[in-house]
Design a binder for this molecule. Structure first.
Ligand code: EPZ
Length: 429
């Protein structure tokens, strides 16, 4: 298994190109199941999760052609992929596949909407919490799907097609909103989605669906209205920049000091996180090319933050902020409100010398003067990258094990950080 070796203590200076968003790419690829025409996605990041979803969709009969693979192509430019679900040959998403990637459960919506049936494995628990699918099932039922659970599979049927309905989410769910949106596009009549997730990736998916001929209004607000249509067509859509990758590198620069342009990044996608980074002592400047983050000499200030659905501070940046606060001049508090068990990084950060105490859903972080390198590993993507951030500021050498977590969500991480002066390399097993 590959590892990443980091020798800390270098400031970061230069430019980091921001890739297309993983969490928009995955539902966009799944949306390709809604039409028998070709959906062309641009700015697709090179990530293990994209490859895995490609395999999962292949199982349903989807043809995926990846352009821009030739050698010599700009390694920073995103890829263009052509998704063609001309014929869906299988409406089952098996356990072996869904268990590897929770988002693949979302195929249930386009499969039922287009084929009238789907049999999708329950995704099960995962390293950051129990993560049930009850609200996704509720949304499908509200649109007329009959649901049965058998042998660990959710079987959804709507032989006469889905019909519009009113879906009121009792809590904000990104996956629930994606599912409801996709299903409603081909339902007969009007669907109202209340308390919808406002995450930019939801708005990006809605934007693409509208290009495919859907009639969606209000995406990006808590109330989305969808007028169902008979069929959707092909379209071309460019994936929006990854706000979590942006925030991660912004925190890395705040951590090490230096001056970095996060190219293509868009501030409105992560304003709450940028505000926190600014309060912590870094200078954040929006430019025509992206966002510049700089910190020179000043101490890091402690911060109190709670995670929240968009536009609040994202749970997907909680671990990275915690890494940053380990070096703050004082005590910080970070409360995780979205997932009940998303603190796997705490023990590993402690191995680098961090002082963190957990009380329920709140971590109290007492800033230390120095961190020291050590072997570490983490059990999920964002936790792993928080260890990278801490390692960049730690004295000596850190090896981050189980790099496959990073490869799921960060494109060419070591190349991007290395180009800005970090001492970082991948060690192949
Ligand atoms: C998406 O997961 C993201 N994944 C996650 O990113 C992200 O952390 C999360 O949204 C929150 O922003 C993708 O976009 C692929 P939810 P999702 O449904 O949709 C509860 C990363 O690191 N809930 O918004 O699965 C759930 O347990 C990943 O890139 C139910 O109770 O998250 C959680 O407490 C990890 N019942 C809350 O809602 C349900 O049926 C929000 O989850 C569904 C969710």
């Amino acid at each position: 298994m590959d590892r990443i070796r980091i020798v800390g203590g270098q400031r970061l200076n230069g430019t980091i190109p921001i890739s297309g968003a993983k969490n928009a790419t995955l539902p966009l690829m799944i949306a390709g199941l809604l039409t028998d025409e070709t959906l062309i996605l641009e700015n697709v990041p090179r990530l293990a999760d994209v490859v895995l979803l490609q395999r999962i969709l292949g199982n349903h009969g989807v043809d995926i052609m990846i352009a821009g693979k030739r050698s010599g192509a700009d390694p920073n430019g995103g890829r263009t992929i052509h998704i063609s679900a001309k014929q869906i040959v299988d409406t089952t998403a098996p356990y072996e596949m869904v268990s590897q990637m929770r988002a693949s459960f979302w195929v249930i919506a386009p499969l039922v909407a287009r084929m009238g049936e789907a049999r999708v494995s329950m995704p099960g628990g995962c390293a950051i919490g129990t993560r049930p699918v009850d609200l996704l099932i509720m949304a499908m039922q509200a649109l007329g799907a009959e649901i049965e659970i058998d042998g660990g599979y959710v079987i959804a049927r709507a032989k006469k097609g889905l019909r519009g309905g009113r879906i009121v989410f009792p809590k904000v769910t990104v996956g629930g909103t994606h599912t409801a949106l996709m299903a409603a596009t081909l339902a007969r009549g009007t669907t109202e989605i209340e308390n919808a997730a406002r995450e930019p990736e939801v708005a990006d998916v809605a934007d693409c669906l509208n290009k495919m001929g859907a009639r969606i209004s209000g995406a990006g607000t808590p109330r989305i209205v969808v007028e169902g249509v008979d069929r959707l067509n092909g379209a071309r859509h460019s994936v929006l920049p990854d706000r979590i990758e942006t925030g991660t590198y912004a925190m890395a620069v705040a951590m090490t000091g230096g001056d970095v342009l996060l190219q293509n990044a868009r501030a409105p996608l992560l304003q709450a996180a940028l505000d926190v980074i600014g309060r912590a002592g870094a200078t954040v400047t929006e430019t025509n090319e992206g966002i510049r983050i700089a910190r020179n000499g000043s101490d890091l200030r402690p911060i109190d933050v709670s995670t929240a659905p968009f536009p609040g501070f994202p749970t997907d940046l909680q671990a990275q902020l915690m890494a940053l606060m380990t070096r703050a001049d004082g005590t910080s508090h970070i409360t995780e409100t979205i997932f009940e068990n998303r603190f796997m990084h705490v023990q590993e950060l402690a191995r680098l010398g961090a002082r963190i105490q957990l009380h329920g859903d709140t971590a109290t972080i007492e800033g230390v003067k120095r961190l020291r390198g050590a072997p570490v590993m983490a059990t999920d993507l964002r936790a792993s990258v928080s260890l990278v951030i801490a390692a960049l500021a730690a004295e000596g050498e850190t090896t981050v094990n189980r790099v496959y977590h990073l490869d799921r969500g960060f494109e060419r991480l070591e190349a991007k950080l290395g180009a800005c002066g970090a001492q970082i390399e991948r060690l192949s097993a």
